[in-house]
Ligand binder design. Structure first.
Ligand code: PLP
Length: 273
């Protein structure tokens, strides 16, 4: 595996990042995960823009998006595979121990892993912990994912693949690595960004291509929704067949099946929508 570190391609086994990297010591970093099919990344422009937005939100130096794009292409070209997850990590860089970011400049790492197609339907759980929609990190894709790791562990222990959070006001927010949509009396609805959820790229495309509405929804909407689905870069549109102990009437139901179809068709027609 060849990955991008320090401005060029290196063998993953030889590539190094400082043990004092601020991303490692305090989670001072941002990231993106892109899906790559046959060496071509999907929605690159949107991912790079979000990387820059997250970096700005964290107060990191503005990333050089031309370099990030070049790095992504170089890593994809060096590691051919049918379906890959391209991971861009951009951190505060090497720093003396302590809370301050050093002035050595940021670290950029681009790596690639094999991905597999996700099943059309999955199970989810709700968790008792909340997303803080007023947090300084709300809506930023930072490397501080510890809370998501804990919540996902809870999901896996329950035989599910995703954990869903409410925000501090008890409103449905998002999953650990996905956005959520529900169908209520034929209306397709997803929580607004004010809920504290990440501005998911798949979420935005699905909302645009299906005309889904944004609305605040109490967490217990999951007990009555006709259909529920998740969206993310690696899941695309994935039906939820069970939330906690509730088995949904259909997974995928008709609205979800349509969203899956529309997403697959539009994404195949334009790889950088
Ligand atoms: N919410 C969180 C917390 C995420 O980490 C992700 C994806 O990584 C998403 C939502 C979905 O976003 P996207 O569709 O851009 O992958």
């Amino acid at each position: 595996m060849r990955i991008w570190v320090d401005g060029g391609l290196r063998d993953a086994a030889d590539a190094t990042v400082s043990v004092l990297d601020h991303g490692l010591t305090v989670g001072d970093g941002v990231f993106e995960t892109l899906k790559a099919t046959d060496g071509r990344a999907f929605a690159t422009t949107r991912h790079l823009k979000r990387l820059a937005r997250s970096a700005r939100g964290l107060g990191l130096p503005e990333p050089d998006l031309d370099e990030v794009a070049r790095a992504c292409e170089a890593v994809l070209a060096a590691n051919p595979m049918p379906l890959g997850r391209l991971r861009v990590t951009y951190t505060g860089g090497t720093s003396p121990l302590g809370s301050e970011r050093g002035d050595a400049g940021p670290t950029l790492v681009v790596a690639l892993g094999e991905a597999s197609r996700r099943p059309d339907a999955t199970a989810a759980v709700t968790v008792p912990w909340t997303r803080n929609e007023t947090s300084a990190l709300a809506g930023l894709k930072t490397t501080s994912y510890g809370e998501n790791v804990v919540a996902l562990g809870r999901a896996h222990a329950a035989g599910a693949s995703e954990a869903l959070f409410a925000n501090t006001r008890g409103q449905l927010c998002e999953g650990t690595g996905s956005n959520v949509f529900v169908v209520l009396d034929g209306r397709l609805v997803t929580p607004p960004l004010e809920s504290g959820c990440l501005a998911g790229i798949t979420r935005a495309l699905v909302a645009e291509w299906t005309g889904a509405e944004e609305a605040e929804l109490p967490l217990d909407v999951l007990a009555e929704a006709d259909e529920v689905f998740l969206t993310s870069t690696l899941r695309d549109v994935q039906a939820v067949q069970r939330v906690d102990d509730r088995v949904l009437p259909a997974a995928p139901g008709p609205v979800t099946a349509k969203a899956m179809r529309v997403f697959a068709e539009r994404a195949a027609a334009d790889t950088n929508p």
